[in-house]
Ligand binder design. Structure first.
Ligand SMILES: [Mn+2]
Length: 238
């Protein structure tokens, strides 16, 4: 196949006034922002990254995409999993939350391959009816470079993640939230030493997600998660 599979990548929206170096005349304008490292990981794996602006129609874009990468970012509104906000909750982005839930609805209906990273794992879990711990400080290691592998993850035998990473792997950890109750259809296949959820996969659909950030590690360009997503998407695209 000569055509590369199209992998949609989610981002976030900011006002111009919140962006350094922005012209003041554009303070009231909105900007959609995307991390380059996710796109680089997809490119290295042989895919074609497509940044998804928040205004795009989820059903229409899903018809054109071959896979989706749900990226990291802000905390998810606790109201979406029936919880009250706790004091440690960070700023939430309801427009992004709703866009991503609609995107996942459209993607799962079409059985599109989906990979989730950090917030991406969390929104998949919330989409599936699970909930989150709103603050788990030991995993928010933000005083070291994001390439730093700060804890081990143990991976379930026979899982997709084991196939990709082996039975254990060392990972970075920038998240201050994590999965509490797992959503319907998902199984936990990776955990940290303190038993926190670090990876999930779907029982029937081509969906896997991790709590760490493979796109920030020095192994990014050979990371098996990006390869898995592109390979899955390729079989759909061909
Ligand atoms: Mn962690």
């Amino acid at each position: 196949m000569t055509t590369k599979p199209l992998i949609g990548i989610t981002g976030k929206r900011r006002k111009g006034e919140d962006l350094r170096g922005n012209l003041r005349v554009m303070n009231a304008l909105s900007f959609d922002l995307f991390w380059v490292d996710y796109a680089e990981g997809i490119l290295a794996a042989g895919g074609m990254p497509v940044f998804l602006p928040l205004g795009v129609d989820p059903e229409m874009i899903v018809e054109r995409l071959d896979g989706i990468l749900m990226s990291g970012g802000a905390d998810i509104s606790p109201a979406l999993y029936g919880a009250e906000p706790q004091p440690e909750l960070g700023a939430v982005e309801p427009v992004r939350d709703q866009f991503e839930l609609d995107l996942l609805k459209a993607a799962t209906e079409r059985e599109l391959p989906v990979a989730g990273i950090c917030r991406g794992l969390q929104i998949l879990n919330v989409y599936a009816g699970g909930n989150l711990f709103q603050d788990i400080p030991p995993h928010a290691v933000r005083d070291k470079p994001p390439t730093t592998r700060v804890h081990e993850v143990t991976i379930e035998k026979g899982s997709v993640l084991e196939d990709l990473y082996g039975s254990t792997t060392q990972v970075n950890s920038l998240h201050h939230q994590s999965i509490d109750r797992v959503g319907k259809g998902f199984v936990v296949t990776a955990r940290s030493e303190d038993t926190g959820v670090e990876g999930i996969e779907h029982e029937d659909l081509p969906i896997i997600a991790v709590q760490w950030h493979p796109e920030m590690l020095d192994t990014r360009d050979n990371d098996p998660l990006f390869k898995w997503l592109v390979d899955q998407a390729m079989s759909l695209a061909s």
